[in-house]
Design a protein around this ligand. Structure first.
Ligand code: URA
Length: 301
């Protein structure tokens, strides 16, 4: 069947496919229309759209573009029912070493200009820091002024408190991995906006899939709501476990079942309201119990 596609429809389809790629969705199935439920005209439209999506996806796969997986993306044809389309998969799928995987993700991120934060005064991208094989990962909201200057998450006052929380758990900062929902400083430390979180999130998902932590601690409501895609108050979010699998991406370790996720207060909130530190400690104790970590013994003064 020859395909003459309305340019506007083609553009919209291309955008859709790009969006799916950026969300980490690569495998497109062509679902056969249920003919009995379609009129002839609908059936024709469905066939055109299905073929177009295939064409758009395939052409995007070969089109160089600054996208999530642009630089090292591998074109793959996934075996199956023979109806899958050409897809791009992230470069790190080919490596099992988390150090190499994180490096590839960082390279794909490049000097990111995918959202407006790149034009709003950020000095540098704050990718993440810590042990690439960490069992425990902390996710905050976004870099502040100190993090923007130093290129490392949680290095300011809130970072000092996070370090103390990690130490109280009997761990060192180098044992865990620390990242944020967005990797660029929002101007004036405002809350990152939805489109910014959505644009940045696939990279965080890929970091999580590469690190394969046992536990993720979401620091504050912004991190929790973005990771869990639910809108709830801190009192509803805290005090329980969530099963967490990074959306749209695979881990190189097929045996990795995903992480457990707990929510606690953001250290910056605890600086403003230190009375809540006891509550945060309860959250961390829940995490320690699960990971089998004994709190360090207090040395006699
Ligand atoms: N607050 C965050 O959420 N992240 C940082 O990196 C620093 C402060």
């Amino acid at each position: 069947m020859s395909l003459t596609l309305d340019p506007e429809l083609r553009r919209a389809l291309a955008e859709r496919v790009r969006y799916c790629h950026e969300m980490g969705i690569y495998d497109f199935y062509r679902r056969e229309p249920v003919i009995s439920e379609l009129t002839e005209a609908e059936s024709e439209t469905s066939e055109v759209l299905s073929s177009s999506l295939s064409a758009v996806s395939t052409s995007l796969a070969s089109e160089p573009r600054e996208g999530m997986f642009s630089s090292k993306a591998a074109a793959t044809r996934v075996a199956g029912e023979g109806k899958l389309l050409e897809t791009n998969s992230p470069a790190e799928y080919r490596v099992s070493d988390p150090v190499a995987a994180l490096k590839l993700i960082r390279e794909d991120l490049g000097n990111c200009t995918r959202c407006k934060l790149h034009q709003q005064g950020r000095k540098q991208i704050v990718f993440g820091v810590g042990n690439p094989r960490a069992e425990l990962m902390f996710v905050g909201e976004g870099p502040g002024a100190d993090e923007d200057t130093q290129g490392e998450p949680f290095v300011g006052r809130a970072g000092q408190l996070l370090n103390n929380m990690i130490k109280a758990m009997g761990l060192r900062r180098e044992d865990v991995y620390i990242a944020n929902i967005v990797k660029c400083r929002p101007p004036g430390n405002r809350t990152p906006e939805r489109d910014e979180c959505e644009t940045c999130s696939p990279f965080l998902m890929r970091q999580i899939a590469a690190i394969k932590p046992k536990v993720i601690v979401a620091l504050g409501a912004v991190a929790a709501k973005n990771l869990l895609a639910i809108n709830a108050s801190m009192s509803e979010l805290r005090g329980r476990w969530y099963d967490f699998k990074p959306a749209g991406v695979r881990s190189s370790d097929t045996a990795w079942p995903g992480a457990r996720l707990a929510v606690t207060y953001h250290p910056a909130f605890l600086l403003r309201d230190p009375r809540q530190k006891g509550e945060a400690w309860k959250d961390l104790q829940m995490v320690m119990k699960y990971l089998g970590i004994e709190p360090p013994k207090k040395s006699a003064e």
